[in-house]
Design a protein around this ligand. Structure first.
Ligand code: SF4
Length: 482
């Protein structure tokens, strides 16, 4: 999938002026945010679980090579096959070759952000292989030809009437009005696809190294259908999605599910430990695990940003973020929206394509408070801002042509009292015709970015120092006269 993060400002502006999307974004706060708070409050050892979750992820990422090796060895011991892909192209090629070799005509997918990152649907459909999302939200956005809006609620921006139109257009039948009828309509459409699918592709919530298997968390049952019905199951995971043991998995599931939806446990938690064994009634004949790097090694090598690899994609930071709740998911342009996307995307897609993202934050710290593994997102956003501002590469540098010159001039003026006074007089003379009652409150080039959204005071007629000196003079004259 091609990153389009360059359009952050335009997309954010159009989202903020769309009342329907703004109404839908209220649900992020009213449903997910409040549900997470309630779930945390109802869990006696919530803070202890978060601390343990952070320790598990810190340890897993610090020993990533060891645990990836263990995972691969144990998956193969269980009868599965493992492929390490250095980037999305390699991962796509592996899946496509496998599909072709196995005469696959139809692929069903369970929700996977990594497959979005790979642009896998596009690759498979481009090769003539029918590829259908089976998570309801993902199915809706696939019908709409869009990308996910939220890490766990991909179609949260869609109104019921939008869904009604999309499903009716797909079936060629009547528009349904209520949520249950719409769900049944989608179910009928998807049931037929499940029956003819030869291959399933799922994401991975956690790879469990000691078990040689994967854990999947879903609420719709499509993940379990996908992992048991088709003859081939391919799971795709980012290389950071690993925990050492089943015991660790139990901790991580508790914090993931509460942070994502506020549930104590999701409707389905599915463990997949390889293909169907002799005597088992269901399960795939083949199980493949694709473990993708795609830039994560860069994050691993970057000691300041490495902590972002602890992310378990629960979406809590999006729900807590006052910026995400206004600008919505598509403004972030690539697969990962919200505060964590503002860190991951600039590294995975390149700073030049995502240089606005680190600035899409008020640095209020709500994301840090919400994160179940205590990722210090504001600290990393500040670091990335520094890199964007300091970069010598003009394609990465977000300051534009004027800003460095303005700051140089500012510094030069501030270093000398006379220069400062002259600068203030000049600023007043130049800004006077553009000011309104002493304020520059409309677009003033070349500082349009500032003045279009902030009122900037005109420099005073006389500086404080001059006024103070004059007043002292007058006071001393008065006392002499007396
Ligand atoms: S950064 Fe934390 S809160 Fe945000 S998605 Fe990742 S784990 Fe969840």
């Amino acid at each position: 999938m091609k990153p389009v993060t360059k359009n952050f400002r335009d997309t954010a502006a159009s989202t903020m002026s769309d009342p329907n999307i703004q109404a839908a974004l209220e649900n992020v706060y009213n449903n997910f945010f409040k549900a997470r708070i309630a779930a945390g409050a109802a869990t006696d050892n919530w803070e202890e679980l978060r601390t343990r979750g952070k320790a598990i992820k810190d340890h897993s990422i610090a020993n990533l090579d060891f645990y990836l090796d263990m995972l691969a060895t144990n998956v193969e011991r269980n009868g599965g096959r493992v492929f390490f892909a250095k980037d999305a192209d390699e991962a796509n090629r592996y899946v496509l070759d496998l599909a072709r070799e196995s005469n696959v005509r139809t692929v069903i997918k369970s929700k996977s952000m990594v497959s979005e990152e790979m642009g896998l649907n596009h690759v498979l459909t481009g090769a003539g292989i029918e590829t259908v999302e089976t998570d309801l939200g993902e199915y809706i956005i696939q019908l709409a030809g869009e990308t996910p809006y939220h890490l766990i609620a991909p179609a949260i921006h869609k109104q019921k009437s939008d869904v009604s139109d999309l499903l009716a257009a797909k079936s060629g039948g009547d528009r349904k009005e209520d949520a249950e009828a719409l769900t049944m309509q989608a179910r009928e459409q998807l049931r037929a696809v499940f029956q003819r699918a030869d291959m399933s592709i799922t994401g991975v919530n956690f790879g469990v190294a000691e078990a040689g298997g994967i854990a999947l968390v879903t609420n719709e049952g499509n993940g379990r259908m996908a992992t048991s019905v088709p003859r081939i199951h391919v799971a795709v995971m980012g290389m950071e999605k690993i925990v050492p043991s089943i015991r660790d998995l139990s901790t991580m599931l508790r914090i993931l599910i509460r942070s994502a939806t506020g549930q104590r446990i999701s409707t389905y938690v599915t463990m997949v430990n390889g293909p169907r064994r002799a005597g088992e009634e269901d399960g795939p004949e083949e199980f493949h695990l694709v473990i993708m790097d795609n830039g994560r090694s860069k994050l691993l090598a970057d000691t300041t940003l490495r902590e972002s690899l602890n992310c378990i994609r629960c979406g809590a930071c999006l729900n807590a973020c006052p910026v995400y709740r206004k600008v919505g998911g598509h403004s972030y342009g690539w697969v990962y929206p919200g505060p964590i996307g503002a860190i991951v995307s600039p590294v995975l897609t390149g700073l030049k394509d995502a240089k606005d993202l680190p600035f899409a934050s008020s640095l209020c710290g709500a994301c840090h408070d919400a994160c179940p593994v205590k990722i210090n997102i504001p600290r990393m956003l500040l670091e990335l801002r520094g890199r964007v501002v300091e970069s010598d590469d003009p394609t990465e540098n977000a300051r534009g042509r004027w800003e460095p010159l303005i700051w140089k001039g500012w510094k030069w003026g501030m270093m000398d009292r006379k220069r400062f006074d002259r600068g203030a007089r000049l600023g007043r003379a130049a800004g006077g015709p553009l000011a309104n009652e002493g304020w520059l409150n409309r677009s003033v080039p070349p500082i349009t970015g500032w003045t279009s959204s902030r009122d900037f005071p005109l420099p005073a007629k006389k500086s404080f120092v001059n006024r103070f000196a004059k007043r002292s003079e007058e006071t001393s004259e008065r006392s002499t006269d007396e």
